[in-house]
Write a new protein. Structure first.
Length: 220
């Protein structure tokens, strides 16, 4: 065994971006479920590994790393081939990938988390106009980033595609991804679905997330 353990839940978008990266790198790993609703992430045993109590958490032979964006960069750096395009070494290309990673971390995923955390933890079922607009802004930015290119930073698949797509494929659970407004985002997600590992690493979990929230939330 590789000695790599990923802690998480498959409905969680950032967990799925790590699964996409692990699978793209053909790495074997053990998946350990963390039941957030049962509060497992706030138990001492988990807090010792990740005091921020978030999933995903990576344990690479005793090295603990959290935040999906840090995890995916680490994985490609450690296990990718030297000329791996998934996280390019060229400074400008890498800066573009980093920008999309920070966009996911600070805007796109936060738009999702700000709606679904109040629902899961406090049963808040209403989505304010402001929160809905944050999701639509996110879709709009993705549409612009894509331009006429197949991937989110251009012509090659990178970890930025994994992070943004894990979130974007889950957001329709909250706000529709309208075909007339965001055709490039839809085509990009369909393109990623063709990856041989996509369904297992992201597709099934995203569907579970969408099904879980179907009919539960109301737009104000
Ligand atoms: N920026 C973090 C976000 C992780 C995150 O918010 N994960 C959620 C599940 S999707 C979580 O662990 N929530 C529990 C908590 O924050 O206590 C990442 O990309 O890993």
């Amino acid at each position: 065994m590789s000695g790599i353990v990923l802690y998480g839940l498959d409905i969680s978008p950032p967990v799925r971006s790590c699964q996409l990266t692990l699978r793209a790198l053909k790495l074997e790993y053990e998946f350990k479920e963390v039941d957030l609703l049962a509060g497992e992430h706030r138990k001492e045993e988990f807090l010792q590994k990740n005091p921020q109590h978030t999933i995903p958490l990576l344990d690479d032979n005793g090295v603990f790393i959290w935040d999906s964006h840090a995890i995916v960069c680490y994985l490609v750096g450690k296990y990718g081939s030297p000329d791996d395009d998934l996280y390019p070494k060229d400074l400008v290309k890498r800066a573009h990938v980093d920008q999309r990673l920070y966009f996911d971390a600070s805007a796109l995923f936060m738009a999702l988390r700000n709606i679904c955390a109040p629902y899961f933890y406090n049963n808040v079922t209403e989505i304010s106009r402001e929160k809905a607009d944050n999701v639509r802004d996110g879709y709009g930015h993705l549409e612009t980033f894509l331009g006429d290119k197949p991937y989110i930073t251009g012509d090659t698949l990178t970890i930025a595609d994994f992070c943004c797509a894990a979130t974007a494929s889950s957001l329709p659970a909250l706000i529709p991804l309208e075909a007339e407004k965001y055709p490039k985002v839809i085509a990009w997600l369909e393109r990623l679905q063709e990856l041989p590992y996509y369904e297992e690493a992201n597709g099934a979990g995203a569907k579970k997330y969408v099904d879980l929230l179907k009919g539960q939330l109301t737009l104000l």
